[in-house]
Design a protein around this ligand. Structure first.
Ligand SMILES: Nc1ncnc2c1ncn2[C@@H]1O[C@H](COP(=O)(O)OP(=O)(O)OP(=O)(O)O)[C@@H](O)[C@H]1O
Length: 763
């Protein structure tokens, strides 16, 4: 790849972008009797003074395409209207520039003004320098031995040089040259005599100087040898020998080793980037690169929009891909790009820049893979509080910069394949919520692994597991939260505008205990166990969708995490309404878009590009304008327990330890049995016959509780009652002379199941 760039990495093809920007659609109307290169504005002007033939453009264009082969250029049939013929180039010249097309470059590159980037740069240089010093310091004895080996040759060279100097080697050569001339005329003889005289004088003087110098060195050497401490003497001798050894070195001989590996990583230059891009196998990109390389028209090449510069702990290049090639095309082939750049996959992070255009690519290449190195520490692990109304740290982005999250007024979906860090992320967020003494935390670990157990000491509601009892507890909590949400809206409506200008909870309102508008954070890990549950699934979906949609404004935040992000495990009503989305590694486009939002995959935001080793690394959408890659802070169980203990102390001090953590679990009226499908069936069957068809029953249920049962069919009902040991039976109904048999339930069967359930609850 030999497309050239100047020192700053700019394209040197000298394309006039503005000319390109300004290109407007034009048509040669000369064939139709109009002037060459004319264009008609969308509106045909009917001028008084000027008249001209104006040809309907689209008709002319269509006709020309149709008739091109027949060379029919008569323009016959064109609708002739009155108007002003406008000069296309004139129009283009006068057209206002496309917004941003001529945006000014930064006076001083912003990355040089960014304190963190600069600090990173300095730290990086210091690290490199430190490493080099340590590397060579460790090898000093080896270098000294190598020099010692060369010392005899160095000593010989010194002696030879001194002899040459003292014996006036140069003068001797001149004398010999004159003598060898063998044309001893009188002039040469005189010259020879003069040179011989000079030579003699010089040798005499130099021998005297040399003798004095040798004597002086011997005396100084003796004095030093007798007066210096042993270590100093050793140092002096060692240094002298090393110096003599250095003089014995051949010109190309290296004493020191190289502090960096010989299989050095190639420098991140524009040429390397072009080579890598060219190896992706993107046909359109390759076509442009080829044409640009050959300097032929139509080849836009890749244009670097700024110098490749240091950004955090890596290098960044912003570039425009050729027309027709999108950043997503490149991102899709991140592994090949990494291969072309000769970097590990975890170092190479191509991103789109949606604020510019689809072809703008930000290519950031880190010094080391994001998954490599130490786990990210959490700044709040040892000290500090959180206000859920403010952003709090959750980790770092791929450039090592702190990444934050604001939970208030948002609901969040977390998705990933198993074992990628979903639960750890959810736990981190719930711990952050716990560090806000005002916030009520409701963690539910439906997997039952105990990963959220650290939070039990601060949780208002807590359950681990997906037993019937756990789910009933959770359902009761959900109903209570929906009820509380309605109450919160009533409270907000009753407040004066001055206190609640935007009809939502503010930090001040949240702090007023009497209003009960404090933040509530409900976190459900492995939510698919709930949504796929035959009895509670649909009910839970209705309640949580309501909380996700209307809860955030009144301080209720829902966080759901799932390892199976599909429509069944994560109902679309919930995934579509979540504002925050965090997606660790997933396997396909559907899961990606399910968690991150529709079309994210197409836009190049692909959690499918994460590898198995990218633990705790995911795309975060919704916190800022653009999606970001975040590696979450790592907290193990003991660290989580320590943070929860600190949060508990803060809550006790603030008088905010409530619910489960305070031993009140749950309030008596919330503890009342949650109506299940059995209770509802008993209710709707009470006034009917002993036996009823399932399809009639689901209709009645839907009328009785539309939010739960709308859309149910006979199979849903059969599935919902099955966990209670109730099976549908054949119910016959006479229809005239015929008897129709369909599946249905009996009142006695429902009552028996209810009695059994209540007995179990009582036990
Ligand atoms: N931020 C992180 N940094 C480094 N390693 C992490 C991070 N988060 C999680 N891990 C590692 O990933 C492993 C899996 O994490 P976690 O249990 O949260 O995964 P999961 O997606 O919830 O798994 P499952 O689907 O089985 O519930 C953890 O044991 C931990 O070692």
């Amino acid at each position: 790849m030999t497309q050239h760039h100047d020192d700053h990495g700019y394209d040197d093809h000298g394309h006039d972008e503005n000319a390109r920007d300004d290109e407007a659609e034009s048509v040669d109307l000369s064939k139709d009797g109009g002037p060459g290169r004319s264009v008609v504005c969308g509106v045909v002007l009917r001028g008084e003074g000027v008249r001209g033939e104006v040809v309907d453009l689209s008709a002319a264009r269509a006709r020309r395409h149709l008739d091109e082969d027949q060379h029919d250029d008569t323009g016959e049939g064109a609708e002739v209207v009155e108007g002003v013929v406008l000069d296309a180039d004139e129009l283009v010249r006068k057209a206002p520039a496309v917004a941003g097309a001529r945006s000014r470059r930064e006076l001083v590159p912003s990355h040089l003004l960014d304190r963190e980037t600069l600090a990173g740069l300095v730290a990086d240089s210091a690290r490199r320098a430190g490493f080099t010093v340590a590397f060579h310091a460790l090898r000093l004895p080896l270098y000294w031995l190598r020099l010692l080996q060369l010392a005899p040759r160095g000593a010989w060279r010194i002696v030879r040089a001194l002899f040459w100097w003292a014996s006036d080697g140069n003068g001797r050569q001149v004398r010999r040259a004159v003598a060898l001339g063998q044309v001893m005329g009188s002039a040469e003889a005189t010259a020879f005599h003069r040179v011989s005289e000079q030579h003699r004088d010089r040798v005499r003087t130099r021998l005297a100087v040399l003798g004095a110098a040798v004597l002086a060195v011997t005396v100084v050497g003796y004095v030093l040898a007798t007066s210096l401490a042993a270590w100093a003497l050793l140092l002096a001798v060692g240094t002298t020998l090393a110096g003599i050894g250095a003089l014995g070195r051949k010109p190309d001989e290296r004493i020191t080793g190289s502090a960096v590996s010989t299989s050095a990583v190639p420098r991140f230059t524009s040429d390397l980037i072009l080579t890598a891009l060219g190896s992706l196998g993107i046909a359109e990109l390759n076509k442009h690169l080829r044409l640009a390389e050959a300097g032929r028209p139509g080849g836009e090449g890749v244009r670097f929009v700024g110098p490749i510069h240091r950004d955090g702990s890596g290098w960044r290049a912003d570039l425009d891909l050729p027309p027709g090639v999108t950043a997503a095309d490149v991102i899709e082939k991140r592994d090949r790009l990494a291969s072309g750049l000769r970097r590990p996959l975890g170092c190479v992070w191509p991103e789109p820049d949606a604020s510019q255009h689809e072809g703008r690519l930000i290519l950031w290449v880190g010094d080391k893979a994001l998954s490599a190195g130490k786990p990210v520490p959490w700044p709040l692990a040892k000290t500090g509080k959180v206000s859920l109304f403010e952003p709090f740290p959750i980790g770092v982005d791929q450039r090592g910069r702190p990444a934050t999250l604001t939970l208030m007024y948002a609901s969040m979906v977390i998705g990933a394949t198993p074992r990628m860090g979903k639960t750890f992320t959810l736990r981190l967020l719930l711990l952050a919520a716990a560090l806000d003494p005002l916030a009520e935390v409701h963690p539910y670990d439906l997997k039952g692994s105990g990963d959220l157990s650290a939070l039990e000491t601060v949780a208002h509601r807590y359950r681990a597991g997906d037993e019937e009892e756990d789910l009933a507890y959770l359902m009761a909590d959900l109903r209570a939260l929906v009820k509380d949400m309605r109450r919160r809206y009533t409270v907000i409506r009753s407040l004066p505008r001055s206190e609640c200008p935007e009809n939502k909870v503010t930090p001040d309102l949240a702090a007023r205990r009497e209003l009960g508008l404090h933040p509530v954070v409900l976190g459900i890990d492995e939510c698919q166990f709930l949504f796929e549950h035959p009895v509670h699934g649909k009910d839970a979906e209705t309640l949580i969708t309501d909380l996700v949609k209307r809860g955030p404004a009144v301080g209720i935040v829902v966080l759901v995490a799932t390892q199976r992000p599909d429509a069944k495990s994560l109902p679309t009503g919930i995934s579509a309404n979540a504002i925050l989305r965090y997606c660790l590694r997933v396997m396909g486009q559907t899961e990606n878009d399910m968690v991150l939002g529709t079309s994210m995959y197409k836009a190049g935001i692909r959690a499918t590009t994460f590898t198995r080793s990218d633990l705790g690394i995911g795309y975060l959408v919704g916190e800022g304008a653009e999606p970001v890659i975040v590696k979450t802070a790592y907290l193990d169980n003991p660290a989580a327990a320590a943070i929860a203990a600190r949060a508990r102390t803060a809550r006790i001090a603030a008088g905010r330890l409530t619910g489960h953590a305070a031993g009140i679990d749950p309030d008596t009226d919330e503890n009342a049995p949650v109506p299940t499908v059995l209770d509802d069936l008993a209710e709707v069957m009470a006034t009917g016959p002993e036996k009823e068809w399932s399809e009639v029953l689901v209709q009645r249920l839907a009328e009785y509780r539309p939010d739960v049962y709308t859309g149910w069919d006979a199979d849903d009902l059969a599935g919902a009652v099955a966990p209670f040991g109730l099976k549908t039976i054949q119910v016959g109904r006479r229809d005239g002379a015929k008897v129709l048999n369909r599946r249905g339930l009996t009142q006695s069967g429902v009552h028996a199941a209810l009695t059994e359930r209540d007995d179990k609850r009582g036990a």
